[in-house]
Design a protein around this ligand. Structure first.
Ligand SMILES: Nc1ncnc2c1ncn2[C@@H]1O[C@H](COP(=O)(O)OP(=O)(O)OP(=O)(O)O)[C@@H](O)[C@H]1O
Ligand SMILES: [Mg+2]
Length: 606
């Protein structure tokens, strides 16, 4: 997938996308951030209490405290009274601890709530958006990769926003306040401690820059790996049938090995980072403790202050190192957001303003249609013009790759005809001026490669007509000659098909697809090679039943077997994207062209 910049993107920046996803869970995030800050604040109180206890209560010295607290202590009788009741100190320390615990709980609780609602929103939005992306987007992008973006990338973003971002607030509050207290206690010692901080932060920044490319690469590799796995699972039969197991296994193993090697490399870099920052932090603690001890011995700093200072300094090393981690995760999250943005920025199918919903039981006119797929395959259809009269049965014949299915995709607006590619009209209205959903609801397509969901047969049949009852389902199955097969299944219409259930034969699948379409009774019915997998007799039976039940509907038959479409009112013969011949069966036979040749070939052995 290429993540190229496009103008008029829905989300121009990553921030916009994050803000959009945060809708609905912002209050939880705010609460979580506030409690995270409170936790830091409470963590910073106890060293001061200890410092005061050592200096003022136990050693009879002085210890600076905020004026309000000094007054309060004087009110209860001063340090001397506290010395008599040392358990008061214990009580205060425990109370502060309890408050801290409560804030920690609230922080975690709100955080989880925020994270889970965020993920839910992200997944739902992505799924909904993907469902509305044009067919062409889906053929350009790997399913495995899309799935990976919707799962692990979503998780990375969640982890970052919930875990790291609140940590960032907590860390910032902790660093600023700890430094403030430290400077209050002893400026020289605080400066000494501070000296190390830019080193660690600078180091983590450089590290972050170095690692970001590697993480993007890792994510892409993971996507490729899932794509191979997904492809092989879907195509497991082909793999078996062609004895390609060992080839596919080797391919997967190779990719997997590369992927593992890359992670090992990444982890080595990460470990080096942690080890180095461990050394620097250790060095900082060592220096500050040693120098502080010297100051303390020389009476430059009291014992209580020294203890409090060391406690603050130790508190500092953790957040400063965390900062490195948060920054390195920032790059990962950034990449994941970018990968999600790629999906969210893919333009969903959009109708023109005031799109129409005209009646579709009218003449369908292909007017100088020229089309090529976006992958630069060259013109697949070249200046094709023909009319399908309303209510008629229309046949399209042509060799493989001649563009028959493409014609139908265009008619169903699965792909849109470019402005200069001619036009397709129904009753004089250009398809491009209609609502795509309307067009598709009116044109029933039995696709050349039917796809069934892992659901029951009845659910599959009524997939496009949710409110259809059993009578309608049975009726559609009967017209599609599927009823006899279904009756043979133990659970009849409630038989599970697909991955978890019965595997249908090619012909049964085709007929299920036909039933799926018939149940909607659309004004236009397209059978794209839909009778290829059934025998000639069933073919004739289905066609007769469809004919009988089609009423006013226009029927378009695409086939390789002449008998399937020879009774059509009009037949066109497509050759390399152009109309080679057209007419009725009889006219075409007289024409002595491709049609005649195919006819002779197909009837020769009879
Ligand atoms: N999504 C696509 N992207 C790019 N090229 C495509 C796509 N679908 C089809 N083609 C190309 O367009 C050409 C016409 O394909 P089409 O499916 O319309 O042929 P067809 O006449 O239906 O063939 P068949 O009888 O085998 O079904 C083929 O060369 C095919 O490779
Ligand atoms: Mg086709």
């Amino acid at each position: 997938m290429t993540e190229e910049k496009k103008t008029n993107e829905r989300f121009a920046t990553k921030k916009q996308l994050v803000w959009f996803f945060l809708q609905g869970c912002r209050r939880y995030f705010c609460a979580s951030v506030i409690f995270a800050a409170l936790v830091s604040l409470l963590d910073l109180i106890n060293p001061r209490i200890i410092g005061y206890t050592v200096d003022a209560v136990l050693n009879d010295g002085t210890y600076e405290l905020p004026a309000v607290i000094e007054t309060w202590i004087a009110g209860i009788g001063g340090p001397a009274v506290i010395r008599e009741h040392l358990w008061w100190i214990g009580l205060i320390v425990v109370s502060v601890g309890l408050c801290g615990a409560f804030c920690r709980f609230m922080w975690r609780y709100n955080n989880t709530k925020a994270a889970e609602s965020l993920v839910q929103r992200m997944r739902n939005t992505l799924f909904e958006h993907i469902l509305h992306l044009p067919f062409s987007w889906h053929s350009e992008n790997h399913t495995g990769d899309i799935i990976q973006r919707c799962t692990s990338d979503v998780d990375t973003v969640k982890m970052f926003l919930s875990e790291q971002l609140t940590s960032l607030v907590r860390i910032t509050v902790l660093i600023i306040l700890a430094l403030y207290f430290m400077f209050n206690i002893h400026v020289k010692l605080a400066l000494l401690s501070l000296m190390f901080i830019p080193v660690i932060i600078g180091y983590s920044y450089l590290f972050h820059r170095r690692i970001s490319g590697a993480f993007r690469h890792a994510d892409e590799e993971e996507g490729r790996l899932s794509a191979i796995a997904q492809e092989n699972l879907t195509g497991v039969r082909v793999v078996r049938a062609f004895g390609r197991e060992s080839y596919e296994r080797e391919r997967f193993e190779k990719k997997n090995k590369e992927y593992t090697a890359m992670w090992v490399r990444l982890m080595r870099i990460l470990s080096t980072f942690w080890a180095t920052s461990d050394i620097v932090s250790g060095l900082q603690i060592l220096t500050v403790t040693a120098v502080g001890a010297v100051f303390c011995v020389h009476g430059e700093i009291s014992s209580g202050d020294y203890i409090a200072f060391i406690a603050y300094n130790a508190m500092l090393t953790w957040p400063v190192r965390m900062l490195g981690r948060v920054i390195s995760n920032l790059s990962r999250a950034g990449i994941s957001i970018e990968r999600i943005r790629y999906i969210m920025n893919a333009p969903a199918e959009a109708d023109v303003p005031d799109a129409l919903e005209p009646p579709m039981n009218k003449d369908i006119v292909f007017d100088h249609v020229t089309y090529q797929y976006e992958n630069g395959s060259g013109d697949i259809l070249k200046d094709v013009s023909f009319t399908i009269p309303a209510g008629s049965t229309f046949g399209i014949l042509g060799g493989t790759g001649s563009g028959k299915s493409t014609l139908m995709y265009l008619m169903d607006r699965l792909y849109d005809l470019p402005e200069d590619g001619g036009k397709i009209t129904v009753g004089g209205v250009d398809l491009r001026d209609m609502k795509a959903s309307w067009v598709r609801s009116q044109i029933g397509m039995v696709l050349q490669e039917p796809y069934l969901f892992s659901r029951t047969l009845s659910e599959n049949i009524r997939i496009a007509a949710q409110d259809a009852g059993m009578t309608e389902i049975r009726n559609a199955a009967r017209i599609a000659s599927l009823d006899e097969s279904i009756e043979r299944f133990q659970e009849g219409y409630e038989t599970y098909v697909g991955e978890r259930g019965v595997t249908l034969s090619g012909g049964q699948k085709q007929r299920t697809a036909i039933a799926q379409m018939l149940i909607r009774k659309p004004p236009v019915m397209v059978f794209d090679d839909s009778l290829s997998a059934v025998d000639a007799e069933t073919d004739a039976k289905i066609r007769a039943a469809v004919q009988e039940n089609s009423g006013e509907s226009t029927v378009i038959l695409i086939a390789h077997r002449l008998t399937t479409l020879m009774h059509a009112d009009h037949i066109i013969v497509l050759d390399k994207g152009q109309i080679a011949e057209e007419g009725t069966h009889e006219e075409l036979l007289k024409g002595n062209g491709i049609y005649r040749k195919i006819y002779d070939l197909q009837t020769m052995h009879e």
